[in-house]
Design a binder for this molecule. Structure first.
Ligand code: GLU
Length: 447
């Protein structure tokens, strides 16, 4: 395999699909050396097959808004690769969603799901529906209209969507209600991120954030350092940042920043339980404004409009919001301010120039597909519970999640340790994720 040749062919086939091409390039560059040691991969054209989704569904979603106006959005599901199990991955509702974005996310999902060591294939879906400013009824009507189309293509052994940006517990509830009515069966494994009591798993809401901090804790310990007292800057204030804030605080770190599209809230004394609970209120309001935190807790949270979380002095930086949210100039500012560890919690949260800057400065950098894998891993645990008609206790789920994150971390170290002893977590995660999928594809033949 020659990365540049493959990329040139892909660029011609998928012109303008920047994020998808960026995600593919990163993986191919990481695996090139290992791949070329396996002529059987080359013979079976594993990479050429892996970069294309198995199939993509695009559908019209029509619904009626609060003023009685008919609205039409586009819905998608990208079923990427099923070598390891039924397709699995979130649904994203955001105005910028298009097929290219979902292809990049679906491609990343293959490797992330593989890292969990669970039987999960890779998929992703969503819509250009913008939840900002929508009423609860509008959200429900949209979710129902979306499921009218999607329901035939999902199921516990086929494809199991979950939440992502703009899709949380409330949306999964409405989506599942519609699915159940259309499919005429209580097939709980068809969607994950359900509420506890009707098929949901305890700890699933917190899982992405908890898992990320378990991974960060290992990165910190690797250097002989400890979490206590570390200042941690999180971007976003949604479900992922919420879980990360809880676990980081529990481990003695201090959350010094949260951010939103409107600016940043600095938290000079860290975050307390009341503020953590308020993050959920902010998310449910659909206002998408972090300033609400400063308005609610004057003095404890100081809002600056237009400023990013990366301008706040911190030891650990964790992008938790959206792809490419941390640019090279942000990385330089973080480095100048003494950042010691960076862990991507959002999928592809850092631009390639930012990752290169962290790596050049020898700052340990954890990539999204490993750091944020706790979310989908716990979705996998939710499916296990659904299949067995059982509910594990919160400590049982948390313990399994913790073990999965430790195993992922160990695999990243195994495949990412460089001759000079440093750890390239990006390379480690990509190689470890790839090997499992490639071996499964080989074993299952040319199909
Ligand atoms: N959207 C999350 C992710 O990016 C969770 C997916 C899932 O639970 O299936 O991995």
């Amino acid at each position: 395999m020659k990365v540049n040749e493959i990329m040139t062919a892909l660029e011609a086939k998928h012109p303008g699909e920047k994020e998808y091409l960026q995600a593919v390039r990163e993986v191919l560059e990481s695996i090139e050396e290992v791949y070329n040691q396996h002529p059987e991969f080359e013979k079976a054209k594993i990479v050429e097959r892996l970069v294309e989704p198995d199939r993509i569904f695009t559908f019209r979603v029509t619904w009626v808004d609060r003023n009685g106006e008919v609205q039409t959005n586009l819905g998608y599901r990208v079923q990427y690769n099923a070598a390891l199990g039924a397709y699995k991955g979130g649904l994203r509702f955001h105005k910028a969603v298009n097929v290219s974005m979902l292809k990049f996310l679906g491609f990343e999902q293959i490797f992330k799901n593989s890292l969990t060591n669970l039987p999960l294939g890779g998929g992703k879906g969503g819509s250009d529906f913008d939840p900002v400013g929508k009423t609860d009824e509008e959200i429900m009507r949209f979710c129902q209209a979306f499921m009218y189309e999607l329901w035939r293509n999902i199921g516990p052994d086929q494809d199991s969507p979950a939440g992502d940006v703009g899709v949380g517990g409330r949306e999964i509830g409405y989506l599942y209600g519609a699915y159940k009515k259309l499919a005429r069966e209580h097939s709980t494994g068809a969607l994950t991120g359900k509420s506890y009591g009707w098929g949901g798993s305890l700890v699933r809401p917190e899982a992405t954030g908890f898992g990320a901090i378990y991974y960060v804790e290992r990165m910190v310990k690797q250097t002989g350092d400890k979490m206590e007292g570390k200042r941690i800057a999180l971007s976003g204030f949604g479900n992922v940042a919420w879980g990360a804030a809880i676990k980081a605080t529990e481990l003695g770190a201090k959350v010094v920043a949260l951010s939103g599209p409107d600016g940043v809230c600095e938290l000079p004394n860290g975050i307390d339980q009341e503020m953590i609970d308020y993050m959920l209120v902010m998310r449910a309001s659909n206002r998408n404004k972090v300033q609400d935190m400063a308005d609610k807790f004057p003095g404890k949270a100081v809002f600056t409009p237009g400023k990013k979380a990366w301008m706040v002095k911190c030891d650990i930086a964790c992008p938790c919001a959206f792809q490419n949210e941390l640019a090279e100039e942000d990385a330089k500012e973080l480095i100048a301010n003494g950042v010691k560890y960076v862990a991507e919690v959002s999928n592809m949260g850092c631009q390639p120039g930012a990752i290169a800057a962290f790596q050049a400065a020898k700052i340990p950098f954890g990539p999204g597909k490993a750091v944020n894998a706790g979310g989908v891993a716990t979705s996998g645990l939710e499916i296990c519970q659904n299949a067995g008609h059982i509910n594990w206790t919160a400590p049982e789920v948390d313990q399994k999640l913790h073990k999965i994150m430790n195993d992922i971390y160990d695999m990243c170290v195994k495949y990412g340790t460089q001759p000079d002893g440093t750890i390239n977590y990006v390379k480690g995660a990509n190689i470890a994720g790839f090997m499992r999928v490639a071996n499964a594809m080989l074993a299952q033949g040319i199909i």
